[in-house]
Design a protein around this ligand. Structure first.
Ligand SMILES: [Fe+2]
Length: 296
């Protein structure tokens, strides 16, 4: 069987999110298979693979086909609190003994920031290229992940707004995104780790040349702008970019692997019953350079 990629929603959104079949990505890939997946990522921005029975080891091996990996320094759980290795972001509601976190556990409350629209690791100077999320256990209902196409959102801006955005630099931090939800339970070490970084608001994709809006709930300031004006502007852009016509909602099956390009999309998690387990393991391929060092 040969690898094939077809749009998940060929009628209403033919160019956003592809469903891949004909390949077992838990096994080592040939160079041409890696190239086919990378080409699919450039075209769709989001790829869905079903029935991929990953371990962390095989997920890491697949991920390394696409570049160097990030460490999970953005997780709130560090050191002895961690359930998974530093190569894997823990997107679950479990503690290190695989027990459900209490409703008021700070790790759970910090994790609720994932329900706000964001691009992974935009709070790091060198942010994420691809995120690869493996569904190990899913709740009986809810817990979808929604993706917004930031290329389409950019293309749909009027010319005046495109010109206004073109050279703006934003500051991103997890301190900003958590403040939106009223979470402020940070240690001094967290505050140092999450110090704001600068990112361009408009990015040009290094492979396709397409421009996109680089937004996230982590963006809390624009250089040279008063903060309330910056936040109102970023909120308006986010509203524009997350209109339903730009969004694909992924309904998870166990053992799905979904890969998204953080340079071209935003995403958010949707709610589910907190008394059920949702255990997702994320590996993350880093960009090669900061957005400030990318060609405009
Ligand atoms: Fe995320």
């Amino acid at each position: 069987m040969r690898i094939s990629i077809r749009p998940v929603d060929p009628v209403s959104r033919p160019f956003f999110a592809g469903e891949v079949s004909g390949i077992d990505i838990t096994l080592p890939l040939s160079a041409s298979e890696v190239a086919a997946v990378a080409a699919g990522m450039d075209e769709f921005g989001v790829l869905v693979f079903h029935d991929q029975h990953f371990t962390d080891e095989t997920q890491l091996a697949f991920s390394r086909n696409f570049g160097g990996l990030e460490q999970a320094t953005g997780d709130i759980a560090q050191g002895h609190e961690r359930r998974l290795s530093m190569d894997v972001n823990d997107i679950s509601n479990l503690d290190r003994n695989n027990r459900l976190l209490a409703r008021d556990d700070r790790r759970r409350l910090f994790g609720l920031g994932n329900r706000l629209w964001h691009s992974d690791s935009s709070f790091k100077a060198v942010p994420a290229k691809y995120s690869l999320l493996s569904a190990r256990s899913i709740p009986s209902a809810g817990g979808n992940t929604e993706f917004a196409d930031m290329r389409a959102a950019y293309d749909a801006l009027d010319d005046a707004t495109k010109a206004e955005c073109e050279h703006l630099i934003c500051e991103h931090s997890q301190l900003y995104s958590r403040a939106i939800l009223g979470f402020a339970d940070f240690t001094d070490e967290d505050r140092r780790r999450f110090a704001p970084v600068q990112q361009r608001l408009v990015r040009r994709h290094p492979s396709t040349g397409r421009k996109s809006l680089y937004l996230a709930s982590h963006a809390g300031a624009i250089l040279g702008w008063p903060v309330p004006e910056a936040r109102a502007f970023l909120r308006d852009l986010t509203e524009h970019a997350t209109q339903r016509k730009f969004v694909y909602a992924h309904v998870w099956r166990q053992w799905d692997l979904v890969v998204w390009d953080n340079r071209a999309t935003m995403h958010r998690a949707r709610p589910f019953n907190a008394s059920e387990v949702r255990d997702m393991h994320r590996t993350t391929v880093a960009c090669e350079r900061s957005t400030m060092a990318e060609a405009a």
